[in-house]
Design a protein around this ligand. Structure first.
Ligand code: NAP
Length: 296
């Protein structure tokens, strides 16, 4: 069994993931840019490092889950980054949702140290991370995945191998485009109904009785009706993923007209100061335009 794990990034997702690894008996050294977020992990039994390099020192597996491509480059390649101390034979598992191109570059640098990298973005949000029930989409060598599987099994219930480095991320971006559009169009429909005087609960009953029903919107609707936009997945990060998907679409000559429009709606909501709220807060942007609220 892998004994020693360096864990970088203790945000909404990283905090519960690292906690589950400590509880599973791994020796975990954590790093978070904002030191205070590491305190609960320290109490749970993790060691706290002052840099990603210190977290990676002597680690068999280094896991990172940070906001975006720039953050992933900083914690892996930057000054005091994990690569400074990474030992040959170690495995880097980056679960951040970042550009597949940047991820492949990180994999090359990792290989230069005699180590190997998997891109392993996740879906399942905060509650999936807490329960250890995330779904992983994985790119890299399958043999490396086999070696990392015992660790990944603590964090997730499903591990889907997608192919070479970067393909886990390619799949993740496609999945988030679908998810972003589903929530945004659900919100548009509910704003339209509310403007016409149909109660949100009535509309919800109709959607749940129809083919439009989806587990994602079943989950989000009660939060929307309460006006509770505590972030499970911050809107600014959904906008970032849509921007990454559009970059990938451009690079590959794929037309994504609906995703392009949806990205602009999230972008406008972010510009209105809603970026740190859950991405379901996109409805408040639509509500403000329509002059109506979708609430109980
Ligand atoms: P979050 O709560 O905003 O946490 C972001 C983390 O990245 C924090 O630990 C933050 O450190 C760190 N960070 C940001 N910039 C950094 C930098 N320049 N250097 C070092 N650390 C930096 O985000 P999250 O929801 O956990 O998401 C993390 C990743 O998982 C993102 O790529 C996101 O797209 C993906 N994801 C999230 C969800 C979800 O439902 N939340 C689901 C699937 C995938 P500080 O604490 O110092 O700010």
């Amino acid at each position: 069994m892998t004994q020693s794990i360096g864990f970088i990034g203790l945000g909404i997702m990283g905090q519960p993931m690292a906690t589950n690894l400590v509880r599973a008996g791994y020796k975990v050294t954590v790093f978070n840019r904002t030191r205070s977020k590491a305190e609960p992990l320290e109490k749970a039994g993790a060691r706290v490092a002052i840099s990603p390099a210190e977290a990676a020192r002597d680690a068999d597996v280094v896991i990172s889950i940070v906001s975006d491509s720039a953050a992933a480059e900083e914690v892996i390649l930057g000054k005091g980054g994990a690569l400074e101390t990474l030992r040959a034979g170690a495995i880097v598992i980056d679960s951040s949702t970042i550009s597949p191109i940047v991820s492949r570059r990180l994999a090359c640098h990792t290989a230069g140290k005699g180590a190997q990298m998997l891109d392993a973005p996740v879906t399942g949000s905060k509650h999936g991370a807490e329960k250890g029930e995330l779904t992983f989409m994985i790119g890299g060598e399958r043999a490396v995945l086999d070696r990392a599987m015992s660790v990944l099994q603590v964090l997730g219930k499903k591990h889907i191998y997608c192919g070479q480095n970067g393909s886990g991320l390619a799949a993740k971006l496609a999945q988030n485009v679908i998810q972003a559009a589903m929530v945004e169009v659900f919100c548009e429909g509910f704003v339209l109904a509310a403007k016409a005087g149909v109660q949100p609960r009535t509309m919800f009953e109709i959607v749940q009785s129809s083919m439009a029903r989806a587990s994602l919107t079943d989950f989000k609707a009660p939060f929307i009706f309460k006006g509770d936009f505590t972030p499970y997945f911050p809107l600014k990060l959904m906008h970032k993923d849509l921007a990454l998907a559009m970059e990938a679409a451009y690079a590959q000559g794929v037309a994504m007209p609906t995703a392009a429009a949806v990205k602009e709606v999230y972008g406008a909501a972010k510009a209105k100061g809603k970026g740190d709220q859950d991405y379901a807060a996109v409805i408040t942007f639509l509500e403000e335009i329509a002059g109506v609220q979708v609430r109980d």
